[in-house]
Design a protein around this ligand. Structure first.
Ligand SMILES: Cc1cc2nc3c(=O)[nH]c(=O)nc-3n(C[C@H](O)[C@H](O)[C@H](O)COP(=O)(O)O)c2cc1C
Length: 384
């Protein structure tokens, strides 16, 4: 029987059924007690919008500009690593879906697919995330390859200097080096479609980095990260990048006014207000609560994007109303992919687009670029 999917939550339920528990938990889980994960959704939900009536909303305009590039809707795909676990062609599927939706896919530094392959299928829709590795040569190589692949926006991973504790993953011993508990192996055996794709599909590796000119093997990935992780990276690295890179620079993970002003001083063109979907630091506010502070500090000097917790078209309206130029989704795109394959990602975009049109009409507007704070209901204001 065909599944009745009417929203992102339905997609998540089906993804949960189709994926082994440990893989679903890697996707769905977050750091420690997952308080920030819950706050992201709860604070968005708590904000209320002011309904207007009898406005002509027969046409809607969802197009906007992000860093000088026209997009058909203000929803991009956040960078996500290790997506090969969900589907062997995950990065390519997401990038293609972004092209069809007229938007942007951000390729992760920790992706299993080389940047060049993604940029080839989505030449004008791919931005590349980079990390400041201890071995600066690795970062420089990545940046040079981005330029050669025609990518003109680099996204700096700002919030990965400190490692995170994701307890669902620890319970599953979900690690490239460890063998999962027997119960998880038996559970995976009950998902034959996933198991077949996993066994026959693309091998797990870090697509962006090689050892001796060949793809890294599974048992080499942990040591590579261990040797190259760089808790010592700073804004000086952003400034050094600025001096060498003529394209745009976006810093991801900015949650405070101080860091926003620093991003301006360091030459960034945009920031992403992001708490990594609650996956890194579980004692910080939701992104929607932090957005007003960042927008005020940016003061028009750089563009502000926001992710973490977007599950409804009305969430997008709330973000834009509080000053974001655009939003991004992470998990929802993978729920779609895991539930229905590549077509599921199109469906997630379509569901969000439809809900966005409705929410925009309900606040009496036809153009997302006209959204401002006046559409937020006073009593539900987030104290920024
Ligand atoms: C499976 C998974 C992998 C992720 N990998 C990365 C990554 O490689 N780099 C990064 O900056 N953020 C990563 N993130 C965080 C996302 O970019 C994004 O900030 C977050 O998913 C947004 O929240 P949402 O999932 O609630 O939409 C990852 C998130 C998920 C779910």
């Amino acid at each position: 029987m065909a599944e009745c999917i009417v929203n992102v939550a339905d997609m998540r339920k089906i993804a949960k059924r189709r994926l082994p528990r440990m893989v679903f938990d890697y996707l769905d889980g977050a750091a420690l007690d997952e308080v920030t994960l819950r706050d992201n959704a709860a604070d968005l939900e708590h904000l209320r919008l002011r309904q207007r009536v009898l406005q002509d909303v027969s046409q809607s305009h969802l197009e906007t500009d992000v860093l000088g590039q026209r997009v058909a809707l203000p929803i991009m795909i956040s960078p996500m690593g290790a997506l090969t676990l969900f589907h062997p062609e995950a990065d390519l599927a997401l990038a293609r879906a972004a092209v069809r939706a007229g938007t942007i896919f951000i390729h992760s530094a920790w992706s299993g697919t080389p940047l060049e392959e993604v940029a080839k299928v989505a030449p004008h829709s791919t931005w590349a995330q980079i990390a400041f590795w201890k071995d600066k040569g690795i970062t420089r190589g990545h940046v040079d390859r981005a330029a050669a692949a025609g990518v003109n926006v680099l996204v700096v991973a700002g919030d990965v200097g400190v490692s995170s504790k994701r307890e669902r993953d620890l319970h599953h011993r979900f690690d490239y080096r460890a063998r999962p508990p027997l119960r998880d192996m038996l559970d995976a055996a009950t998902k034959p479609a996933w198991l077949t794709r996993f066994a026959l599909g693309r091998k797990i590796t870090y697509g962006n980095y090689q050892i001796d000119g060949r793809p890294m093997r599974l048992n080499e990935m942990g040591p590579f990260m261990h040797e190259n992780d760089n808790p010592g990276s700073t804004w000086a690295d952003v400034e050094e990048l600025r001096s060498r890179w003529s394209g745009k620079i976006v810093v991801k993970g900015v949650m405070t006014a101080d860091d926003t002003r620093q991003a301006v001083r360091s030459g960034a063109d945009a920031v992403i207000v992001s708490n990594h979907g609650g996956r890194q630091f579980d004692a910080q506010p939701s992104t929607i609560a932090s957005l007003p502070e960042v927008v005020a500090a940016a003061d028009g000097h750089l563009e502000v994007f926001m992710d973490s917790g977007i599950r409804r078209g009305s969430d997008v309206v709330k973000c834009l109303a509080l000053g974001a130029n655009a939003c991004l989704i992470g998990r929802p795109a993978i729920y779609g992919l895991a539930a229905r394959g590549p077509v599921g990602v199109d469906q997630v975009f379509e569901l969000l687009r439809e809900e966005l049109v409705v929410a925009l009409g309900c606040v009496g507007l036809t153009d997302i670029n006209d959204l401002d704070r006046s559409v937020i209901f006073g009593g539900s204001e987030i104290k920024g």
